[in-house]
Write a protein that binds this ligand. Structure first.
Ligand code: NCD
Length: 359
C-alpha cells in the first residue's frame, strides 16, 4: 500500500484496492490462516461519535488477526471532557499503539489526526464527509455477491446530503468503467454538488428521481440509507424528512430478480422487516464482509507502515474554510491546508471551499 493513512479510499490505486479486496476474500475462506498476522500489535479505537458496527467490526477484526485493542466510545469519560485537543489525544495514543482508527462528528478530523500520529490512521467516518472502510465493506460485498464492479446501475436512496457512506461509495464506484447512478431523495436531501461533479469528471452518469418506484426496475444495486437525524439543525427539519422512503415487499416486487440490496446500517424505518427474508437483501451479510475487509486493511497497514515521527505539514496562512462543520473551526492550531482542484481552491481537510481571511 502506497499510503500510510487511510482518509479517503481513493488514495489507493485500483490495483491496491483490488489487492485488499482479494485478501479479504481469502481471509473469509480461511480465517485461521491469518489468526496471528498482527500478533503483539495494539490498535486504539477513538470513537468521538456513537457506533455499533464500525467500532465492533474494527475491534473484532483486530482480535481475529491476533492483535489487541484499547479505546473509547464515550469521550465524556476521557480528558477530552476536560478540554483536551484532538492533537494532544492523538499524539499520546499514537505513542501507546501501532494503529489508530478514529470516528469524529467533524469533517476532516481524520486528516487532522493523521498530522500528529506516529502510527497509521484509519478514518472510521468524519462527520458527513467520508467513510472509506464502509465503502471497502460495500466493495467486498459486491465482489462476492454481484461478482463484478463495473457496468452497474447503482441506486442510492435516503439522506444523500448528509450520508458519508454514499459520498465515499460514489467516489469509489465511479472509478470503475460504465457504472451509472440513480439518486433517490427529496430535494432537501439531494446528493451534494461536489460528489455529482466528481462522478461527471470520472465519465459516469447520474440521474435524480423522487420515488423508489420509478427507479426499482432499472437497478442492479440498491443502497438504502437512514435519514441522519444527528446532522440536522433542528428536530422540525428532521421530522419533515423522515419516513418518506420505505423499501417494502411491494416495492421489491418491482426490482430485478438479481437485485442486490445493501444498507450500511443501522436501519431505522427505511427497510420494512419483511424484506429481510428476501434473498436479494444482503445487508446483514454485508456487515460480515466488512469485518474481513478490515482484517485485510489492518494487516496490510501494520505490516507495510510501522511507527515513525509524524510528517510536519506547512499550511498556507490566510485562508478559512467556509464549512461550519470543518475540524479547522474547532481546533485552531491546525495548519491551513488547501488543495487546488479544477473547481478552485478547497480545504485540505473537508474539501469545502475556502475564503481569504480579513486582514
Ligand atoms: C453508517 C455511518 O456511521 O455513517 N453506519 C456505519 O458505519 N455502519 C451509516 C449511518 O450511521 O447511517
Amino acid at each position: 500500500m502506497s499510503v500510510r493513512n487511510l482518509i479517503d479510499l481513493n488514495q489507493l490505486s485500483l490495483e491496491e484496492l483490488d489487492d485488499i479486496v482479494d485478501m479479504a476474500c481469502r481471509i473469509s475462506r480461511h480465517p485461521s490462516h491469518y489468526s496471528s498476522a498482527c500478533r503483539d500489535k495494539l490498535m486504539a479505537t477513538l470513537f468521538y461519535e456513537p457506533s455499533t458496527r464500525t467500532q465492533m467490526s474494527f475491534q473484532s477484526a483486530m482480535l481475529r488477526v491476533g492483535g489487541k485493542i484499547i479505546g473509547f466510545d464515550n469521550p465524556n469519560g476521557t480528558s477530552i471532557a476536560k478540554g483536551e485537543s484532538l492533537k494532544d489525544t492523538v499524539t499520546v495514543l499514537s505513542g501507546y499503539t501501532d494503529i489508530l482508527t478514529i470516528r469524529h462528528p467533524l469533517e476532516g478530523a481524520a486528516m487532522a489526526a493523521s498530522l500528529y500520529s506516529g502510527v497509521p490512521v484509519i478514518n472510521a467516518g468524519d462527520g458527513g464527509h467520508l467513510h472509506p472502510t464502509q465503502t471497502l465493506t460495500d466493495i467486498v460485498t459486491l465482489r462476492n455477491v454481484v461478482g463484478h464492479m463495473d457496468k452497474l446501475v447503482i441506486g442510492m436512496c435516503g439522506d444523500l446530503a448528509n450520508g458519508r457512506t454514499v459520498h465515499s461509495l460514489c467516489r469509489s464506484m465511479s472509478r470503475y468503467g460504465g457504472n451509472s447512478f440513480v439518486f433517490i431523495s427529496t430535494e432537501k436531501l439531494a446528493m451534494p454538488q461536489y460528489i455529482k461533479d466528481y462522478i461527471t469528471e470520472m465519465g459516469c452518469e447520474y440521474t435524480e428521481v423522487r420515488t423508489l418506484e420509478e427507479a426499482m426496475p432499472y437497478l442492479d444495486v440498491l443502497y438504502m440509507t437512514r435519514i441522519q437525524r444527528e446532522r440536522f439543525d433542528s428536530m422540525e427539519e428532521y421530522e419533515a424528512q423522515k419516513g418518506i422512503y420505505v423499501l417494502d415487499s411491494k416495492k421489491m416486487a418491482l426490482g430485478k430478480t438479481d437485485l442486490c440490496v445493501l444498507h450500511p446500517l443501522p436501519r431505522v424505518d427505511e427497510i420494512a422487516y419483511e424484506v429481510d427474508d428476501d434473498p436479494r437483501a444482503w445487508y446483514f451479510k454485508q456487515t460480515q464482509y466488512g469485518m474481513y475487509g478490515r482484517m485485510a486493511l489492518i494487516t496490510k497497514m501494520i505490516s507495510e507502515h510501522g511507527s515513525s515521527e509524524p510528517v510536519r505539514r506547512e499550511g498556507t496562512p490566510g485562508f478559512t474554510c467556509r464549512n461550519p462543520k470543518c475540524i479547522t473551526r474547532f481546533e485552531p492550531y491546525l495548519p491551513h491546508l488547501t488543495v487546488d482542484t479544477p473547481k478552485g481552491c478547497v480545504c485540505g481537510y473537508c474539501e469545502h471551499g475556502v475564503e481569504a481571511e480579513a486582514e
